[in-house]
Write a protein that binds this ligand. Sequence first.
Ligand code: ADP
Ligand code: MG
Length: 506
Amino acid sequence: MFTIKGKTTDWEVVIGLETHIEVLSKSKLFSGASADYNPSVSPNTQVSMVDVAMPGMLPVLNEYCVEQAIRMGLGLNAEISRRSRFARKQYFYPDLPQGYQISQPAEEPPIVGRGWVEIIGDDGQHKKILIERAHLEQDAGKLKHDVHPTKSFADYNRTGVALLEIVTYLDTKNPDNNSYITSPDEAERYLREIREIARALGVSKANMEEGSMRADVNVSVRPVGDKNFRTRTETKNMVSFKFIKNAIEYEARRQIEIYENGGKVSQDTMRYNQSEGTTSVMRSKEDALDYRYFPDPDLLPLEISEETIEKIRKTLPELPAATRERFIKMGLNEYDAARLTETTDISKWFDAAVDGKTERAKPIANWMISELFAHPENWDIKNAVDASEQGTARIITPENLAELVDMISASEINGKQAKEIFIKMLDGEQGTPKEIADRFGMKQITDTGAIEKAVDEIIAANPSQVEQYKSGKTGLLGFFVGGVMKATSGKANPAVVNEMIRKKLA
Ligand code: ADP
Ligand code: MG
């Protein structure tokens, strides 16, 4: 359990995340303007009359965005509401000309209801993180304050693009239900899981660096063992895993200090200051009441038929949790399975290398986790997959690793030689592992005659070690094996060498 030591007691942390993912769609949630606002697009070129709230313009709900929300809801194992509504959430914001955001009412079931996401908890066990709801809403535009010394500019390209806000659930009535996030690491694992589900489903790019995934982070603390939840703060608009983890820890320590000095935490909305790694109060918390939500009179209630839900359910691809389970059935342990499903690109790469041959699964996993992951600088899995798909670049492909692993299990090369071939490939050596092995004369000696000759020589040359071994110093086995490996330039099959020395000295 993640705890923070205080002056008189240990504290635990309670975390709730509100994650916004931007819905992948050609057009915006309520208008036909393009939803692709990437930075190369000139400002204010993808804006319709609806987006800038020209008088008399009416929003029209984009059916595809609704389907995307349903798809994500199913990926979150959630109930899909057969009927939900859109509401106006009033506030003034210069990059949202309507003067309100069209969202879904806080007090009504939104399009996606209760669900859950599975992560690996800090104790290494599976943990369900409960989802309270996910609702569709409009994104705002962007203000630019750094273009001109005295003027600010507004770019409305992003205004009205569909967002899906996914909110984690805290069961305040049942404090023994611990299906919520309780550490910075779990927060990161949860967000990564959301990201991979969204990507696998094609619902969102869910890319924090590009802003297509952002999170509001709710944090409270309580003494370990205390059942009551205390007041939380909400840190807005976080866009990096690292900052989120820092902010949680900083905010938890700040609250602990307040309690330990006899104070009370107030329910504030915070901002995170990246350069200092601190949080500070932005405004005191506003209630749903302050926004004066009311059903948008321009939009009909959203009704979704059972058939529509079932039709979409049938098109869902395999999601990370199912992939993990499949990998475990192939013989991997929980840890391997978790590492190899960190991103869909990694699991695709692994699947391509195993290529249905289950006996390869464990060795491929070992190579990927201990070698491939250790070389991010010359081995970006994403590029490797792309490159092998395009048939370009000298990069280690799934086929290359599969061939290497097969050569070891066929005793054509030993582990040491495999490692050498691997390093040569990383260094840019062209050709398949087989070709490289041939080129450098790396062939394992499995011919027992040749091995026996080397074994006999090493035994004859070291009578005193033989004496010691026979009188019980069996640790010297390695000395003899090493000698034989050296004599054969590392080409002998170590298993055969071991076996033979043991027999001869028995
Ligand atoms: P709001 O509507 O004010 O944003 P919600 O009730 O929807 O608030 O909660 C927002 C998030 O804060 C949810 O993920 C919820 O689980 C979380 N949360 C609520 N109470 C606490 C608390 N005491 N400590 C930590 N997180 C909390
Ligand atoms: Mg909120």
